[in-house]
Design a protein around this ligand. Structure first.
Ligand SMILES: [Zn+2]
Length: 406
């Protein structure tokens, strides 16, 4: 290209380049909406900082080029700046994660309880004095108590919070748990399986209505409390529709959240559930992250796992930016030994603890940049297979996942 051809090309591009104020605004708008909607921490402060810096460099560059060629200085320097902004905002964040956004350092985790003071069932029960000590600890530590439904709105997560959920609507929640939560002024969400209502040791519709009037948020936990991975799409839809109908008829509300019975999930279940609800919850430990909206972890607390250390971890651990786990279907008909976790950040300091009903696994872990390739030393047995991966770096980051092996 000769010099005059270059000059003509730059002049033609002139009007377009003069619109760069609009282009900057569009970029900034995209970052704000992207980070607000997805809690996507890669589009945050550093990018805005680069944009501002680019403006300063632009003015400087423009002055320098002007000394040599007044006509070309504006278009060339503007073009250069647009390239810089493009690289910083769209190319670099793909490969780099910045742990600088406010959400990275604020825990917004979820706790799960079932029974209260029913000492016959230690794996699902919490003793009243344990519950009191949990709530006292959380209050003392300055946690804000919010309903799980608020976790779907990132603007409500600007301070450290804890959300409390209760599954199954046992009578002991109404008689023992609820008065304690009220005393501590803690709002709670109850996930309800409708078939058992009014049965022995379960709440009645009248008690549920009363709980609703006292501020309990009531959500869906199927009708029959069957494990969903073994059901067909139609059967899952029937479970949901039947329970939604009963809840609407008896309580006058239409739940928008769902908890999988036993925390057991499959790609099929997830697909059906996502057609009815805004989010769905499992029963596996892990820091809350909106990235797995239809399989959100919750920390189970019971007599065996109900110590102060447990509540300390459960309330304070932080989520990784985004984790991709393969295979992604949480239901495995044929058990396998090979798993790949992509943390989308340097994975060399991340440790994974993997266990099933037979105990923990010895595994071979290969670290390839952001990925951990994990080979288990034996096939997982039938039942739940749990992954708990953690990293310590100015706080503990915790990713949890649960498979169901057929
Ligand atoms: Zn349940």
């Amino acid at each position: 290209m000769s010099e005059w051809q270059f000059r003509i090309a730059v002049k033609r591009a002139g009007p377009l380049l003069r619109c760069n104020f609009l282009i900057y605004s569009a970029f900034i708008f995209v970052f704000f909406t992207k980070s607000a909607n997805n809690l996507d921490k890669t589009f945050s402060c550093p990018n805005l900082l680069f944009t501002v810096l680019s403006q300063i460099i632009f003015s400087f560059l423009n002055k320098v080029i002007e000394q040599y060629d007044k006509e070309l200085s504006m278009p060339i320097s503007k073009f250069f700046i647009l390239i810089v902004i493009f690289i910083f905002n769209f190319v670099i964040p793909v490969n780099t994660s910045y742990a600088t956004s406010v959400n990275d350092t604020i825990p917004n985790n979820i706790l799960m309880y079932h029974r209260f003071d029913e000492i016959k069932y230690p794996s699902t029960n919490i003793r009243k004095e344990q519950l009191v000590s949990h709530l006292t600890y959380l209050k003392d530590q300055g946690f804000k108590f919010i309903l799980v439904k608020n976790l779907l709105f990132p603007d409500k997560l600007q301070e450290k919070s804890i959300s409390i959920t209760i599954d199954d609507a046992y009578l002991s929640f109404y008689e023992v748990g609820l008065p304690v939560f009220e005393k501590f002024e803690v709002p709670v969400t109850l996930f309800l399986n409708t078939e058992n209502i009014g049965g022995q040791n379960y709440m009645s519709w009248g008690q549920l209505k009363d709980a609703l009037n006292r501020g309990v948020d009531i959500q869906n936990h199927t009708h029959s409390h069957s494990s969903l991975p073994t059901l067909s799409e139609l059967e899952i839809a029937n479970e949901i529709e039947k329970s939604q109908k009963l809840i609407l008829e008896n309580l006058g509300i239409a739940p928008n959240l769902f908890a999988y019975p036993f925390g057991e999930n499959s790609s099929t279940a997830q697909k059906v559930v996502s057609q009815y609800f805004d989010a769905a919850f499992g029963q596996h430990s892990g820091a809350f992250s909106i990235n797995q909206k239809y399989f959100i972890p919750r920390f189970p607390l019971n007599e065996n796992y109900g110590s102060t250390d447990r509540i300390k971890d459960a309330s304070s651990v932080l989520p990784f930016n985004n984790v991709d786990i393969q295979p992604s279907n949480p239901y495995q008909i044929e058990p396998i030994t090979r798993y790949v976790l992509d943390f989308q950040e340097d994975a060399s300091n991340i440790n994974c603890f993997i266990s099933d009903f037979q105990g923990s696994f010895n595994q071979t872990t290969t670290n390839l940049s952001s990925k951990l390739l994990i080979e288990l030393n034996r096939l997982p047995v039938k039942g739940r297979l749990r992954f708990n991966c953690t990293k310590v770096n100015n706080g503990i980051f915790w990713f949890g996942y649960q498979y169901l092996i057929n």
